[in-house]
Design a binder for this molecule. Structure first.
Ligand code: NDP
Length: 256
């Protein structure tokens, strides 16, 4: 018998940026717990491969090609998920990117691109999904922050601003939607081995060694490390947990 605390059978989850990296790690966890998944991203080939992977886990999965910075495209995506999968219970706002430059070298267009992709997209997707999440009767929103929600870095002005903002946006939505029985929480990943950080390792000298030295677990995180926290925050196990920001970082954020 399945443990009902963590059972997502009959639930529908949207995972933005679910076609790779941390998003796919979370999507796999949600699928293994029984949820149908809508994978949202721009790269069709990557999304098709992710959908195939998820279907092999025995659940329904669809790809909805969408740029999450485009409000009209997001509205179309939400309507398509409701039409094809019937409902929305879980929204994971995971799509993200970074432009690594000193604050004084960052152009306004670059600043706006990072803020739009990492922070404004969460607002746009959450607002568009809200009616369906409310109708679900037990909606769950999971926003993805970062260690840059807590710390600063010389190369991460826009990124840190977006990830600090996502924590405060999480708290605001958690208070607003508690009466709808929608829980809204954030995950703060440590340093995780994905396409995003491959670029960082190349651009920021000494980063790889610094991460290993500072992380008590003495390793980079894997995308599989996000399956469990995603299931917890999407399932009845977390029904009295809202407005939190949970580090999944191998202890990075508690290291003196
Ligand atoms: P990846 O680069 O592997 O994944 C980023 C995902 O976001 C891709 O699936 C990409 O899909 C999607 N995406 C980016 N821009 C858009 C857009 N405009 N519209 C739709 N989808 C978009 O990175 P990670 O898996 O590492 O990152 C996932 C999240 O985790 C991000 O929010 C990131 O900031 C955060 N994070 C990552 C950390 C790490 O160490 N890796 C640490 C802390 C936080 P596509 O290209 O198809 O659009």
């Amino acid at each position: 018998m399945k443990n009902q605390l963590f059972d997502l059978s009959g639930k529908v989850a949207i995972v933005t940026g679910g076609n790779g990296g941390i998003g796919l790690g979370m999507a796999r966890g949600l699928a293994d717990a029984g949820a149908a998944i809508a994978v949202v991203g721009r790269n069709e080939a990557k999304s098709s491969a992710a959908v195939e992977d998820l279907r092999q886990r025995g659940v329904k999965a669809i790809a909805v090609t969408t740029d999450v910075t485009d409000k009209a495209a997001v509205a179309t995506m939400i309507a398509r998920v409701v039409k094809e999968l019937g409902r929305i219970d879980i929204l994971v706002n995971n799509a993200g990117m970074s432009i690594r430059k000193a604050p004084h070298e960052l152009e306004l267009e670059e600043w706006s691109k990072v803020i739009d992709t990492n922070l404004t997209s969460a607002f746009v997707c959450s607002k568009a999904a809200y009616p369906a999440l409310k109708a679900s009767g037990n909606g769950k929103v999971i926003n993805i922050g970062s260690m840059m929600s807590i710390f600063g870095a010389s190369f991460a002005a826009a990124y840190a601003a977006s990830k600090g903002g996502i924590v405060q946006y999480t708290r605001a939505c958690a208070t607003a939607w508690a009466s709808d029985n929608i829980q809204v929480n954030a995950i703060l990943p440590g340093w995780i081995d994905t396409d995003l950080t491959k670029g960082a390792r190349q651009q920021v000298s000494g980063l790889h060694e610094r991460v290993l030295a500072r992380t008590p677990a003495a390793r980079w995180g894997t995308t599989g490390d996000f399956a469990g926290i995603a299931v917890f925050l999407a399932s009845p196990a977390s029904d009295f947990v809202t407005g939190t920001a949970i580090p999944v970082d191998g202890g990075y954020s508690i290291m003196a």
